[in-house]
Design a protein. Structure first.
Length: 118
């Protein structure tokens, strides 16, 4: 699979920045994580931080990403919810909602099944 995973956080841009730093600490994800800003509106100095985009390809990158997302959520003081949009190169996408009570293996299974359908 070649595609991307877009990650949104319900609470704040600060949390997205913290998550980006966390993910960049994973060897397999280095160089794959970028901050996505929403377009600036008229009279704004710049766009607000909207999401993270992570490039994924063949191999275990998606598994490393999901495990790292759950590990990061486990470090937060309060409950976190992440919204993922997984897009394949052909434009097909699925949306996943991750929270800190889910089973990471089930999420990896769902993602792997989606990737295998390509």
């Amino acid at each position: 699979m070649h595609g991307s995973v877009e990650v949104r956080h319900e609470q704040s841009a600060e949390e997205l920045r913290a998550l980006a730093n966390w993910l960049r600490g994973e060897h397999e994800l280095r160089g794959r994580v970028r901050l996505v800003q929403e377009p600036a509106r008229i009279d704004d100095m710049g766009g607000a931080l909207d999401a993270l985009s992570i490039a994924v390809g063949s191999g275990g990158v998606a598994t490393v990403l999901v495990r790292s997302l759950f590990a990061w959520m486990g470090t937060r003081r309060r409950s976190s919810t992440l919204h993922l949009t997984v897009k394949r190169a052909d434009g097909t996408e699925i949306k996943l909602k991750l929270d800190d009570i889910q089973d990471p293996d089930a999420t990896i299974g769902e993602l792997s099944k989606f990737i295998a359908e390509e």
